[in-house]
Design a protein. Sequence first.
Length: 419
Amino acid sequence: MKVELKCISCGAVFPPSMVIYTCLKCGSLLDVVLKLDELQGIVSWNVFRARRFNVWRYRELLPVFDDSKIVSLDEGGTPLVKCDRLAKWAGVRSLYIKFEGANPTGSFKDRGMTVGVTKALEYGARAVACASTGNTAASMAAYAARAGLKAIIILPWGKVALGKLAQAVMHGAEVVGIEGNFDQALAIVRSLSEKHGIYLLNSVNPWRLEGQKTVAYEIIDQLGEIPDFIALPMGNCGNISALWKGLRELLELSLIDHTPRLIGVQATGASPVVDMFKSGSNIFKPVENPETVATAIRIGNPVNWPKAIRALRESNGLAEKVTDEEIIEAQQMIACLEGLGVEPASAASVAGLKKLVEEGALDADSVVVCICTGHLLKDPEQAVRVSRQPLKVKAELDEVERALSYIVSTAQAALLPSS
Ligand code: F0G
């Protein structure tokens, strides 16, 4: 497969053998460009569907050169769940959740890491590193363990959900917490990686996005039609960049005849991309002290903002910001109406959708897919904090009955014989 790295700003081109993350000429972001004309007529939905449903179903579109080095945990192939009750709540005709919590480490990051860690092996790296709000750390730690690589992780101390931290340490990563936020951690790890020749696996690494783009392929593959909208949360903005790249590739390969519109959602305390997009400005203003209950997207200076703005503009997309209260309410609705457990950042996509419908920015007759990026169990402390607390009583039947008096009488009415 012919592949090159191309600067999104100045157009400079570099060979895939170079270990670079940004343009050597102007410092801007790089795209991995695949020569898709060679694949015309070779790939088709039928070819893909004859294979196992995971990220590697779309092998021809994944720029890995040495199959023997592929590091996989059978990632991808996640459920696309039709959510009729939630659709009613959000105010749209048809709503699906792409449940990325079903990935091996519980988030969409695994799609990127299977390719990113494979690249690390292809380049001959001995160690990999990332800054993280938690999920990238958990995923990188797992894939590095499987590949036999050392993993170095820089985190914002005290701001990473417990489940994610548990994964990172259990998989044997070296974890350093800084007294600062994600944006500072990312700046540090970029210098660390450059100085010490450690392979960087944040989403500034364009190879990682090649794995993440498979979520676009899967949504179309599963739905069998093109949704009107795909909504997702934005943090460092790698995922929306990857999603849009995947959709553009499907279009180029004539596997779809038009693209869905994208909806990017951020939390009100960390919304630089939404603010820039809505204002129509070309000037990006980072948020100094980002804050939100959705710690996964507590990011004020997302590295991929130019790709995110490009995705939103090219797809004729929408952007919205949501409060912590709106995020938590959406999280509870997804959990209670549909039985799907997602972490707060993931619920932002649904909260944003509901808000856009209320504002009249989105036609209620639409078919919408919301990508729910991470599992509820990632942040168990937050889930317990916002939910009804369990009751503690003596170990006696009448005590338990008293505690459950309301619910027990309702259940009786439903199941006991009426005589
Ligand atoms: N949802 C979840 C659950 C996430 O963990 C992240 C990012 C996002 C959404 C946003 O994705 O950054 O590609 O725009 N988490 C990163 C991390 C930053 O370190 O785990 P994005």
